[in-house]
Design a protein around this ligand. Structure first.
Ligand code: GLC
Length: 419
């Protein structure tokens, strides 16, 4: 934790990712233009009719805070090139749709007012900008379209545009806490984006901003590039042992995870994760020294799907009771116990009991080290006592759990205060 400006980020542990754009109209995810090679004229109909009459960022911000989230990252521009902010470098922006609003400005103000840190996701790719190369690109929506086979675009000019937009985002919206660039691939990485210069500009305009690691470079290197970023960003996966650099030292990371199977709104995708799964994923991240950035994909009308709202409310109830085992906590440097996971903050150890098992709960190697134990949810005492039948395990401490089932089946947290 050498970098002082990362302190809040490492303590926050839980954030909201928001993928929103005109792709919410086809409602088949944010890659729909690419996946279905949708021609520009057809995609344009989404632009012409995007009218989020129910957009109420204060409600989103309130939801995030109620869920126990401490920060948010919202798409200012996704791969389709559509800008939710009022950029002077393009007409392809929210203010020119029926929305007629700078959706990013309202987001920033609402989330800040709710006491949350605010971040921008910004796509390095751009499937709308004519200067973005198609020929030779293995991803572009028109890569197989005969008319585009010679479309080389003008990468330097596109990169200029991209720098200008990032400059706008770093200048026009007050203090921004995170910038989340996405993503680099093939030759499109590092200095292809003029990444050193870009990061220097971002750091100059927003001192203390937290930057992700998708501009290219190797964040795990002993001497990472200046643009290698502040944290690793594993996607749809929680790393088995957290993330370490080449010297074997833990580095900051944030797992980004969807609530169903899409980032952008997908009307038919009902494969929602349960609140229990979300809570356990968050605990897993923290137990391995990482953050969880949990995604919602609002509808074209500007609403976070009802199912997400329900899940987040329930997660929030758990967080209200047990948040102290999450915020400011990290890896406990103890072996993973049979019954669940550990998190730790200073002299406080949090036993996340996921499986009740039978009999006393064994705290391996902790005999004589614990001052007292409490159920974190209500501060009620949990008795630490050596059962008559545990003489053979003199190094271990034991919790005598009063009930055969756990009071909280998602995760019962016992706070252990070390001597
Ligand atoms: C990917 C996808 C993108 C999504 C992002 C979130 O790189 O391209 O659609 O925004 O991951 O991590």
């Amino acid at each position: 934790m050498e970098k002082e400006y990362l302190k809040w980020f490492l303590e926050a542990r839980f954030g909201m990712f928001i993928h929103w754009g005109i792709y919410a109209i086809p409602a088949r995810g944010e890659w729909v233009k690419q996946q279905e090679s949708i021609p520009e004229w057809q995609y344009q109909s989404y632009f012409g009719t995007f009218n989020p009459i129910h957009y109420d960022p204060a409600a989103w911000a309130h939801l995030a805070r109620t869920a126990g989230m401490k920060y948010a990252v919202m798409t200012a521009k996704h791969h389709d090139g559509f800008c939710l902010f009022d950029s002077q470098y393009t007409d392809y922006k929210a203010t020119n749709t029926p929305a007629k609003r700078d959706l990013i400005r309202e987001y920033v103000e609402a989330f800040r007012a709710e006491g949350l840190k605010v971040g921008f996701y910004y796509s390095l790719l751009d499937w709308h900008h004519p200067d973005y190369p198609v020929a030779g690109d293995r991803i572009h929506p028109y890569r197989n379209n005969p008319e585009y086979q010679d479309h080389r675009g003008n990468l330097p000019r596109y990169v200029e545009y991209m720098h200008h937009q990032v400059e706008e985002l770093m200048t026009n919206y007050g203090k921004i806490d995170i910038i989340w660039f996405d993503f680099s691939y093939d030759d499109m990485q590092g200095e292809a984006w003029r990444a050193t210069e870009l990061v220097q500009m971002v750091r100059r305009l927003q001192p203390g901003i937290v930057i992700d690691n998708r501009l290219g470079g190797n964040i795990k290197a002993r001497e990472p590039e200046i643009y290698a970023g502040d944290f690793a960003s594993p996607e749809q996966i929680i790393p088995p042992e957290g993330v370490t650099n080449e010297a074997g030292e833990p580095i900051p990371w944030e797992a980004c995870i969807t609530l169903n199977d899409h980032w952008g709104y997908a009307a038919w995708d009902k494969n929602w994760k349960s609140p229990r799964t979300v809570v356990r994923a968050l605990v897993e991240c923290v137990s391995k020294g990482g953050n969880l950035l949990l995604n919602v994909g609002p509808t074209a009308k500007g609403e976070i799907p009802e199912e997400c709202v329900d899940i987040l409310h329930q997660v929030g109830k758990w967080m209200h009771r047990n948040g102290e085992s999450i915020y400011g906590c990290g890896h406990a440097t103890l072996e993973r116990p049979e019954w669940g996971r550990w998190t730790r903050k200073g002299n406080r150890l949090y036993a996340h009991i996921l499986e009740r098992g039978i009999g006393p709960i064994n705290l391996r190697g902790l005999e004589g080290k614990i001052a007292y134990a409490r159920l974190l949810a209500d501060d009620s005492e949990i008795r630490l006592e050596r059962p008559w039948n545990a003489a053979e395990y003199p190094e271990d401490a034991f919790l005598s759990f009063p009930t055969a089932e756990l009071p909280d089946e998602w995760d019962t947290v016992v706070e252990l205060v070390l001597k």
